[in-house]
Design a protein around this ligand. Structure first.
Ligand code: FDA
Length: 391
């Protein structure tokens, strides 16, 4: 068995960063992954342009059973530190919206940057290694289908359960459990929501319709784009709300943010009594949605002949449409995994397990999940960095 100071399992965003930082400190580092390429999720992220961080990254934009846990790592390696690294490598980028920073070109530039940094730090990267056993006595012993390794420190960076097609596994969760760490029940996050029955029948023909809306789940509200799909609802507003949604709960939609839908309908009735209701609705909703809402909630008459009461009821519905999803599209479509390794067992300063010296867990494997918009990569960089500082 070849010995290393540090073995990092998982060459995704968090693992590459942890390995890089440990290598920069002069540690002898092995970075192992079962995939044939490093950073595969980075390559598909942000529609191929990688939304690599967010200028407005603050701990309040992360979900965890311990909302304070992420604070320390995020403060020790900030979005500005990562932006500095991207600039150092001359990678052009831009802000798209809401502080979200994307590469001007391909996400490949970010992977190339991380691989270059790892290589400069002397990290030994080995791909296509299937881990078959992992034990600990005076050191960690890692057995793979291509040889065995020992290490003083082990960094678990194999991510969460989202997108199994891309190689996601519950490996980190299994290992954590085996070492006696607790788990917060994992569930899909940043995921499209599905509907059944009449709601699905309403939504299916609207597939492809998009509008700006406010989606609320629990106490969280997000004003962003909403998209109807053939299975229900998606778009950033829904993805964001999905992370706060619990099975069996309703979500609430405001389809006319900052507009008084009732007043608009009543004013339309007065100004253009011969118009069809869908035409008046179409002044502030996409036309297919306007048509569906009018057909479902108003009698088939010109708006002048529709009573104020149904117009007021529809106006109120458009501002606070309560609807209960039947589920979500699951890990196959979820951008992230909520829950994971319970932060109660980890040091927030170093990401090391409190009761298992030398064992670290970073990135999506841990019960810290960011909003949509570059927050999850920032968590990968920050948690990876602080682990690399101590491993
Ligand atoms: P990650 O999943 O990246 O890496 C884990 C690594 O471990 C992988 O290389 C995997 O092969 C390896 N591995 C898994 N099991 C193993 C095993 N048993 N043995 C060995 N290796 C194993 N976030 C963001 O901030 N901005 C964005 O633009 C996007 N966009 C985006 C798009 C899509 C489609 C998805 C699915 C996700 C995003 N995300 C995102 C989320 C982001 O990709 C995610 O939060 C990070 O990749 C998490 O980094 P990790 O390194 O923790 O896990």
């Amino acid at each position: 068995m070849t010995h290393f100071d540090v073995v990092v399992l998982g060459a995704g965003a968090a693992g590459l960063f942890a390995a890089m930082r440990a290598g920069q400190r002069g540690r002898r580092v092995l970075l192992l992954d079962h995939a044939e390429a490093a950073g595969k999720k980075i390559l598909i992220s942000g529609g191929g342009r990688c939304n690599f961080t967010n200028t407005g990254c603050v701990p309040e934009r992360f979900l965890s059973a311990n909302p304070h846990f992420a604070r320390s790592a995020l403060a020790r390696y900030t979005q500005h530190d990562f932006i500095g690294l991207v600039r150092k490598h001359g990678i052009p980028f831009h802000e798209k919206t809401l502080g979200q920073l994307f590469c001007d070109g391909s996400a490949r530039a970010i992977v190339a940057m991380l691989l270059a940094e790892c290589s400069a730090a002397g990290v030994d990267l080995r791909l296509s290694h299937r881990i078959t056993d992992l034990t600990r006595d005076d050191r960690f012993r890692i057995t793979t289908d291509r040889g065995g390794f020992t290490a003083d420190s082990l960094v678990l960076a194999t991510g969460g359960l989202s997108i199994p097609k891309m190689g996601a596994t519950g490996f980190a969760h299994d290992v954590a459990r085996r070492f006696g760490l607790k788990l917060v029940a994992p569930r899909p996050g940043l995921v499209p929501l599905t509907f059944a029955g009449d709601l699905l029948a309403l939504m299916q023909p609207l597939s492809g319709v998009a509008l700006e809306a406010v989606a609320k789940a629990g106490k969280a509200a997000f004003r962003e784009a909403l998209l109807f799909t053939h299975r229900g609802l998606s778009g950033p507003a829904i993805l964001q709300a999905s992370s706060y949604w619990q099975e069996g709960q309703a979500i609430t939609l405001d389809l006319a943010p900052e507009r008084d839908a009732t007043a608009l309908l009543l004013a339309g009735k007065r100004a253009r009594p011969k118009a069809e209701p869908k035409t008046i609705l179409g002044e502030f909703l996409p036309s297919r949605l306007a048509q569906a809402m009018a057909a479902l909630h108003l009698p088939p008459r010109v708006i002048g002949e529709v009573g104020d009461a149904p117009l007021k009821a529809l106006g109120a519905l458009l501002k606070a449409w309560r609807l209960e999803p039947s589920g979500s599209e699951g890990y196959a479509k979820a951008e992230v995994t909520l829950g994971g390794i319970d932060t109660a067992g980890l040091s927030s300063q170093t990401m090391m397990a409190k009761d298992i010296p030398g064992l670290f867990a970073v990135g999506e494997a841990v019960d810290v999940t960011g909003w949509l918009g570059g927050y999850n990569f920032q968590w990968a960089w920050s948690s990876g960095w602080v682990a690399g500082e101590s491993a």
